[in-house]
Ligand binder design. Structure first.
Ligand code: ZN
Length: 536
């Protein structure tokens, strides 16, 4: 059976660079068959017995491609109770009660973000507070700092069973009667976290939740920057159940390189829905924790320049082995010293860099000589423009002298580097419009200090959309399949409520996705679009 759909009465952005616009689009099965004018599109649908969908003036564009994110962590995040801003212990209990009844079927209930400084009661949480909500399931609620948590009596039982002795201060608080209060600190919290389980089938649920969440925001393909055997397995199960409704391109964790080599799995193994592209490697940490590796000490802590999480020799070995095995590399490097290490390793494997499209992830602090070198080598870069707003303190870390090296998106793009956009979700929100807004405004409206020193690095909307579609597709070796709506590409598209090229920059983050289509099937429709589709 041939499935034919024509979308009419809409403005179709076929591609952003070059900017190509049409009035209608016809999909046959899972691919774009025709882009052009409405009369012809409607004619094709009618002659082939297909349907004509009137989009009443909406905007259609290629689906967003998030080239670096974490589906499993996003799913876990969506299944974690958010306690940020809770004003009282009562409010914590209320949110927990609601979460248990509405959201979570997991074995353990985990929440994050409470802060006793905000509590009207003026005291800390205890196990007995949480017991009032549930004694059946173990509960762990982590404080906003991530270093302290509180557990209920059921969790105390589990902890006692597994840890036995040593449940005492300073890692486990006790009251004057010598009873555990439920507050766990530092190493104590780390031990409790090891005991947290979510139960059989939870990973599948997490991944499915994350997929649906991404689709709701118009993301149609994702690059998994790090993937364990468990996640790869679950993705395949999800696919066999027909629930992998998004395209996934996976970079497996570094420790899996020997297995890929011995199996002979190369970049592109899989099918159009799920492919393995290569390996994810870390070379340093983060700017927030001052563990990103810089060539000179941190401006706000001269005692450190960050840390290398891999030696130079080891990195070169991994790069050579992966390249010779035909696997793409996605290497996390945030500080300029870490980028030096990666560029050195990449220069050892010559033409593989360009043919396999070896990537640098983040490249947050990158000097202009490195931009030139990366461009000469043919290195691809995965950018996360929303970091500009989240890392509002970045000038404190690096000082004003190094400000021009921080997130220089326009310089990177102008140097001709293959680049793609991404969110690192759940680190940043998956909503692509937040990222487009950040790339275009660069924190100007949030009073971000970096803006003053690098406002020449703002991007225009067309450029941002190009790198979030075609650019990301290139990073993922997928531009022949997705990234534009040209004839022959997969019909991975979104319908949005206003024209991103017409709105003022502030309004970009308010753009709503009305519908998301992957391979010619709607995988998300807003209530508004569902109603108009049903009333045809
Ligand atoms: Zn990441």
């Amino acid at each position: 059976m041939v499935q034919v759909k024509s979308l009419i009465n809409c403005k179709v952005y076929v591609s952003f660079k070059p900017l190509r616009v049409a009035n209608a689009l016809t999909i046959v099965n899972d691919r774009v068959f025709y882009v052009g004018d409405a009369e012809k599109a409607a004619g094709i649908a009618k002659s082939l017995g297909g349907e004509v969908i009137d989009l009443s003036g909406s905007i259609v564009m290629p689906g967003f491609i998030d080239s670096h994110m974490h589906l499993d962590s996003l799913g876990l995040n969506l299944n974690t109770l958010d306690l940020r801003g809770a004003k009282s212990i009562e409010e914590v209990k209320e949110r927990l009660r609601k979460f248990i009844t509405e959201a979570s079927a997991t074995e353990w209930i985990v929440g994050r973000g409470w802060d006793q400084e905000l509590f009207a009661e003026g005291r800390w949480l205890s196990r007995w507070d949480i017991d009032e909500v549930t004694r059946d399931k173990p509960v762990l609620l982590i404080r906003v700092c991530g270093h302290v948590g509180v557990v209920n009596s059921k969790a105390v039982e589990v902890i006692k069973r597994h840890l036995g002795v040593s449940l005492k201060p300073p890692y486990f608080d006790v009251n004057e009667k010598g009873e555990l209060t439920g507050i766990v600190r530092e190493l104590g919290l780390e031990e409790v976290l090891k005991l947290v389980t979510y139960g059989d089938g939870q990973l599948l649920k997490f991944l499915e939740d994350a997929v649906n969440h991404a689709l709701r925001y118009g993301v149609t393909t994702v690059g998994l920057a790090g993937c364990s055997p468990e996640v790869l397995d679950a993705l395949q199960v999800l696919k066999s159940l027909g629930k992998l409704r998004i395209r996934v391109r996976a970079y497996l964790n570094r420790d899996l390189l020997p297995y890929l080599r011995s199996l002979g799995i190369r970049c592109g193994f899989g099918d159009p829905r799920l492919k393995v592209l290569g390996i994810k490697v870390f070379t340093d940490g983060s700017l927030g924790a001052r563990t990103a590796l810089l060539s000179k000490p941190y401006a706000d802590d001269p005692s450190t320049s960050g840390i290398a999480t891999i030696s130079e020799a080891e990195l070169i070995k991994v790069v050579k082995e992966a390249s010779e095995a035909g696997l793409q590399l996605a290497i996390h490097a945030i500080g300029d010293r870490a980028i030096d290490m990666v560029l050195k390793a990449y220069s050892e494997v010559g033409g593989y860099v360009r043919s396999l499209r070896h990537r640098i992830e983040h490249a947050s602090v990158i000097r202009s000589d490195q931009v030139v070198k990366a461009s000469e080598l043919g290195v691809a870069i995965a950018l996360q423009p929303h970091f500009v707003i989240s890392d509002w303190w970045v000038i404190d870390r690096v000082g004003t002298e190094r400000a021009p090296w921080v997130y220089p998106f326009k310089s990177i793009i102008d140097a001709g580097l293959m680049s793609g956009f991404s969110t690192d979700a759940p680190v940043e929100p998956i909503n692509p419009w937040e990222t487009v807004y950040a790339a275009v405004t660069r924190g100007a409206y949030e009073g971000v200090k970096l803006y003053e020193f690098s406002n020449g690095e703002v991007l225009d909307v067309v450029t941002a959309l190009h790198y979030y579609t075609y650019g990301s597709a290139q990073l993922l070796h997928s531009e022949g399949e997705v990234g534009t709506l040209e004839t022959g590409r997969y019909a991975d598209l979104i319908v949005v409520d206003r024209d991103p090229l017409e709105v003022n920059p502030k309004e970009l983050r308010d753009i709503q996705v009305l519908g998301t289509m992957v391979g010619g099937e709607f995988t998300y429709t807003s209530r508004e679009l569902s109603t108009s589709l049903a009333s045809r």
